[in-house]
Design a protein around this ligand. Structure first.
Ligand code: ADP
Ligand code: ASP
Ligand code: MG
Length: 410
């Protein structure tokens, strides 16, 4: 008999009927004799609704109050699921993050888990109860409610699995596993039986929202067996694993990730002197704006053009800061573009293959798609393109790297 942590996402608990279906599923696992800790998200759309309420009151609400507000969605679902379980004769108890003592740091709206007191859960499990825990939330050392960032219920589940040394952490969602790319964008996307932690971390950080990146990092660090499965249909889903050296024909590219959340800023004609990059980026980081991709190019006139991307939510502020920097440095001009998208190919197989970038650029060029920025690491290549070509680019790359075929490209 196993100890399982099972997490059900927003769509999976989106209506009371679906909550009843989750209860049926959990009861079936209980009937097999497994010990179960369930983590639930808020009903789908609820967290967005709560954020919109806050926005209606003020532009930048105090993060502490934001957490008090947005943590309420999960409190509703733990109670409803526990009732549905009890109705089925399956003893269950609900807990908020604070009650189960998911202790976090004090960074409201993006808190990190520091410690979990698993004693209370163990007592319930020994008494034969299903433990139902609210995802996405914790409590800091001062007793304030904190939240873990959007999609944070995944991280709650993995953290509980690590604390309890669970046999598996199962993430039940509205797709039946991790696909070669978002199956809602590419019809021929294929479910992967396995993906490595490293690849999954890249996919998540480059925009595949199927798992929150912190959850994958946490699972990798604490060696938590992690699986993504469907709430609605049977199947083995996708297992996130350590690198598998026994697979002879590792595909070069395992998946394609993309995101539309970034915007691009360019400051051109900056005198090319030591420290110019610092003078451009320091005010941006002082404004607490994170920079993702960076490209610098020196022209013949000893002046440099500097382009970087930020989250779209930070675009306006970044533009204001950069315009001031432009005036201070005597730059020629400052431009911005919010209509960009980032597309990335990911695969541990790239390590041992040359020419992957060429193949990627060729596929995009064949479709007449212009590449605006490029960045690479050992197991990924990302490009920035015009947002309107995003779906075309993802489909072209999916087919160029044969991702629709099992085993992909060897
Ligand atoms: P939940 O509410 O269960 O946490 P999410 O919406 O956070 O679910 O994540 C599931 C969604 O992730 C899917 O509906 C799918 O559109 C999207 N997704 C993006 N990339 C991928 C991928 N590579 N494989 C599977 N799903 C993906
Ligand atoms: N309800 C939170 C969100 O929508 C957390 C989660 O669903 O994982 O981001
Ligand atoms: Mg999610």
């Amino acid at each position: 008999m196993a100890l399982l942590v099972q997490k059900f996402g927003g769509t999976s608990v989106g209506t009371t009927e679906r909550i009843e279906a989750v209860a049926d599923k959990v009861c079936r696992f209980r009937a097999l004799g497994h010990d179960i800790v369930v983590v639930v998200s808020a009903m789908s759309g609820e967290t967005n609704r709560l954020i919109a309420l806050a926005d209606a009151i003020m532009e930048q609400p105090v993060p502490r109050e934001m957490d008090v507000l947005i943590s309420t969605g999960e409190q509703v679902t733990i109670a409803l699921l526990s009732m549905a379980l009890q109705k089925r004769g399956c003893d269950a108890r609900s807990y908020t993050g604070s009650q189960v003592r998911i202790l976090t740091d004090r960074s409201h709206t993006k808190a990190r888990i520091r410690q979990i007191d698993e004693q209370r859960m163990r007592e319930d499990l020994s008494a034969g109860r299903v433990v139902v825990v609210a995802g996405f939330q914790g409590v800091d050392d001062l007793g304030n409610i904190t939240t873990l960032g959007r999609g944070g219920s995944d991280t709650t589940a993995v953290a509980l699995a690590a604390a309890l040394k669970a046999d598996e952490c199962q993430i039940y969602t509205d797709v039946d596993g991790v696909y070669t790319t978002d199956p809602r964008v590419v019809d021929s996307a294929r479910r992967l039986d396995r993906i490595t932690f490293e690849e999954m971390i890249e996919m998540a950080s480059l925009g595949s929202k199927v798992l929150q990146i912190r959850a994958v990092e946490f699972a990798g660090k604490y060696n938590v067996p992690l699986r993504v499965l469907s709430s609605f249909q049977e199947g083995d889903g996708t297992l996130i694993t350590l690198e598998d050296n026994t697979v002879m024909e590792q595909p070069v590219v395992s998946g394609i990730a993309f995101n539309r959340d970034e915007a691009k800023l360019t400051i051109s004609g900056v005198p090319d002197t030591p420290g110019s990059a610092l003078r451009i980026l320091k005010p941006i980081s002082s404004a607490n704006i994170e920079v993702d991709m960076i490209v610098q190019n020196v022209g013949a006139d000893n002046r440099t053009d500097f382009t970087f991307t930020v989250h779209r939510n930070d675009f306006r502020r970044a533009q204001e800061v950069l315009e001031q920097v432009g005036r201070d440095l005597g730059a020629r001009e400052v431009n911005g573009d919010t209509k960009i998208a980032k597309v990335s190919i990911v695969g541990v197989g790239m390590r041992s293959h040359a020419g992957v970038a060429t193949q990627m650029f060729e596929a995009l060029s064949n479709e007449g798609i212009n590449i605006q920025m490029i960045s690479t690491s050992e197991i990924k290549i990302s490009v920035v393109i015009n947002e309107k070509y995003l779906e075309l680019a993802v489909r072209a790359l999916h087919s160029a790297f044969d991702l629709h075929r099992p085993g992909g490209e060897a």
